[in-house]
Design a protein around this ligand. Structure first.
Ligand code: ADE
Ligand code: ZN
Length: 329
């Protein structure tokens, strides 16, 4: 089935992870930055990861080429054009302000570049969106709180807060106070948990951070009581198949547990995570699980439906996408 033609939503994409090597090299040139790579091919060849941390080291280094409002606009616009090409009608994107502000880029520069592209895409591409501010969990809880405070003047343009970066050793509990504060300000919450970390981190994301969705969450299967809870409450998992293979969470796609998670009754969604680094955008992730796991057309449609059900779109808009998808089932 050409899942490219199905209307879909994407709920787990780090905008900095959509920085293609071509754009990395072009922005380095534009901003007078010397990269430790001789060519676009050399950048791409460096994308061999053994785990999450080995990827993050490169990802944070790559993000240094992003300096101006125009850079953030161009990055976001290129991703949104991909969305339009692949029938991604709605996207809820993560951004990592600390990656930029800690090297002297004002929050406003990052925010304006991204939000201007999101606005233009609504009008020119018919792609709707939401913005999720992620805290870097390898940094302190105090630094996260300071980042939230910096973001509050822009609160109306931000849908939710999230938690990303190095998972092991940085449990959700570390960020309980900042998530409490974010919720008090009316923001929704999500969190990466159970990518490399144990099921206990998923419990903490739910109980302490009140996460509406779990980003990744594939390790939930190690705790049957947790699976039961996730099924009963239909707490969505934003699963990222190509990412999980590139970061060695599973050895190969045929071993990925996405189909098993669906069979258990979980609300599973498919997402690209960091498409420029992991070899594909949303449609390529659908294709990869379809062929490796033998998903049926009905299961692919279910995944597309789940993407809208798990989104933060108002119920009426979700319903209208579900109706549009009904003709495929
Ligand atoms: N930041 C970007 N991609 C990430 C991932 N897959 N896990 C944690 N933090 C990230
Ligand atoms: Zn992620």
């Amino acid at each position: 089935m050409r899942s490219h033609s199905l209307p879909k939503a994407e709920l787990h994409i780090h905008i900095e992870g959509s920085l293609e090597p071509e754009m990395m090299v072009a922005l380095a040139q534009r901003n007078g930055i010397t990269l430790p790579y001789a060519s676009v091919e050399a950048v791409r060849a460096a994308y061999q990861f053994k785990d999450l941390q080995s990827f993050l080291d490169l990802y944070y280094a790559g993000a240094q080429v992003l300096q101006t409002e125009q850079d953030f606009y161009d990055l976001t616009w290129a991703y949104l054009q991909k969305c339009a090409d692949q029938q991604v009608r709605h996207t809820e994107i993560f951004f990592d302000p600390q990656t930029h502000c800690d090297r002297g880029i004002p929050f406003e520069v990052v925010h304006s570049g991204i939000t201007q592209a999101l606005k233009d895409a609504r009008v020119q591409l018919g792609v709707s969106s939401g913005l999720i501010l992620c805290f870097l969990r390898h940094l302190s809880a105090e630094a996260a709180m300071a980042t939230l405070e910096q973001a509050l003047p822009y609160r109306d343009s931000i849908l939710a807060v999230g938690l990303d970066s190095s998972e092991l050793g940085h449990p959700p509990s570390k960020f309980q106070a900042v998530f409490d504060r974010a919720r008090a300000e009316g923001l929704l919450t999500v969190a990466h948990a159970g990518e490399e970390g144990p099921p206990e981190y998923i419990w903490q994301a739910i109980r302490l951070l009140k996460a509406s969705r779990i980003d990744h969450g594939v390790r939930c299967v190690e705790d049957p009581a947790l699976v039961e809870y996730l099924v009963e409450h239909q707490i969505p998992l934003t699963v990222c198949p190509l990412s999980n293979i590139k970061l060695c969470v599973f050895d190969e796609m045929a071993q990925h547990n996405l189909k098993k998670l669906m069979d258990l009754g979980l609300c599973v969604t498919v997402n690209s995570d960091d498409p420029a680094y992991f070899g594909g955008y949303l449609a390529e992730n659908f294709d990869a699980v379809e062929s490796a796991l033998g998903l049926t057309p009905a299961q692919l449609v279910q995944l597309a439906k789940n993407s809208f059900k798990a989104s933060f779109l108002p119920p009426a808009e979700q319903q209208s996408y579900l109706q549009e998808l009904a003709i495929y089932s």
